[in-house]
Design a protein around this ligand. Structure first.
Ligand SMILES: Nc1ncnc2c1ncn2[C@@H]1O[C@H](COP(=O)(O)OP(=O)(O)OP(=O)(O)O)[C@@H](O)[C@H]1O
Length: 258
C-alpha cells in the first residue's frame, strides 16, 4: 500500500510554548523559551538552581501569567486561560511540595483529585454520575501508578517514594493528556527511583511529559529530548546524546572549564 500521511502527526504536539518570558521586577526568570511537548515523548528540562525551570512549569500550567509569549494547548491559544481551565483541557501537573491529605486514604486522595476536574464555582452539588466517574478515574489512576494494593492505606503512612507515586496518581486522576512533573524523583532511594522511571516510561505512550529533574543519571536515561536552561534562557534543546556532547552545555552546566 502506498505511504499514507500520519493523520495523528499534527495532533501529537499537545503543548507548544512560543517565546515565553516572565519577569520578576528586573529579573528575567524565563527569557524567550520555546518548546514543544509531544505525545509519546518525555521532554526533560534541566539547569542549575535558579535557572527558571519551576517558573517555566508555572507559566505552562497557568499558575502565573507570562510577561510575553504564547502557550498553545491541543492547538488552541491557552495563554490567557486560568490554571483550572488548562487542567480541564488536559493539562496535569505535580508539585515539588507535598499536596497529599495525609489523614485520608490513598483512594480518597485520588477521588478528590478526580473530582477537582469538574469543580466550578456555581457547581456546589455533585451529581451521582460525576461521583461514579470520579471513582472510576481514581481507580484507573491508582492502577496506572502501581498503587492499587495501597489504595486503602492512610496516605500519611506511605513511604516517601509511594507518596511521590500518589502525587502522580492524583495528577492522572484528572485525566490529563500533558503531564508537567516537577522533581518527582526528589528524595528517592535507588529502588524507588527505578520504580518511578519505569512508571514514567509507561505513561509516555499516552501522554506528553515535561520532566524537571536534578537527577542527571535518571534524566539522561529516560528523556527523549532535553532542554538546558541557564539564567532563564535555553542554551540547548536536543537529544540526550547531542546535549551530552554540547560544548556550551558542558561549560555552562556540567561545570567543565575547558
Ligand atoms: N515569585 C517570585 N518572585 C521573585 N523572584 C522569583 C519568583 N519566583 C522565582 N523567582 C526567581 O526567578 C529565578 C528562577 O527561579 P526558579 O524557581 O524558576 O528556578 P529553578 O530553575 O526552578 O530553580 P531550582 O532548581 O532551585 O528549583 C530565581 O532567581 C528565583 O529567585
Amino acid at each position: 500500500m502506498a505511504a499514507v500521511m500520519n493523520p495523528g502527526a499534527a495532533t501529537d504536539a499537545l503543548l507548544v510554548a512560543k517565546e515565553v518570558s516572565r519577569r520578576f521586577g528586573g529579573l528575567k526568570a524565563v527569557d524567550g523559551v520555546s518548546l514543544t511537548l509531544e505525545r509519546g515523548s518525555l521532554h526533560a528540562v534541566i539547569g542549575t538552581n535558579g535557572a527558571g525551570k519551576s517558573t517555566l512549569i508555572n507559566l505552562l500550567s497557568g499558575e502565573i501569567p507570562p510577561s510575553a509569549g504564547r502557550v498553545l494547548l491541543m492547538g488552541q491559544d491557552a495563554t490567557g486561560w486560568s490554571q483550572p481551565r488548562r487542567a480541564r483541557a488536559g493539562l496535569g501537573r505535580s508539585y515539588q511540595r507535598n499536596t497529599i491529605f495525609v489523614n485520608f486514604t490513598v483512594r480518597e486522595n485520588c477521588r478528590l483529585a478526580a473530582q477537582s476536574r469538574w469543580q466550578r464555582a456555581w457547581d456546589w452539588w455533585t451529581p451521582a454520575q460525576r461521583c461514579a466517574s470520579s471513582q472510576a478515574a481514581a481507580e484507573e489512576a491508582l492502577r496506572k501508578a502501581g498503587l492499587t494494593a495501597q489504595a486503602g492505606r492512610i496516605a500519611g503512612a506511605l513511604s516517601h517514594g509511594q507518596k511521590r507515586q500518589l502525587e502522580i496518581a492524583m495528577c492522572l486522576a484528572t485525566a490529563p493528556k500533558v503531564l508537567l512533573l516537577d522533581e518527582p524523583l526528589a528524595g528517592m532511594g535507588a529502588e524507588e527511583t527505578e520504580r518511578m522511571l519505569a512508571l514514567l516510561g509507561e505513561l509516555k505512550s499516552e501522554h506528553a511529559i515535561l520532566l524537571v529533574e536534578h537527577d542527571m543519571d535518571a534524566v539522561f536515561r529516560v528523556a527523549d529530548r532535553i532542554t538546558v536552561m541557564v539564567n532563564g534562557r535555553v542554551i540547548a534543546s536536543d537529544t540526550p546524546a547531542a546535549v551530552r556532547s554540547n560544548r556550551e552545555v558542558q561549560i555552562a552546566y556540567l561545570g567543565e572549564s575547558h
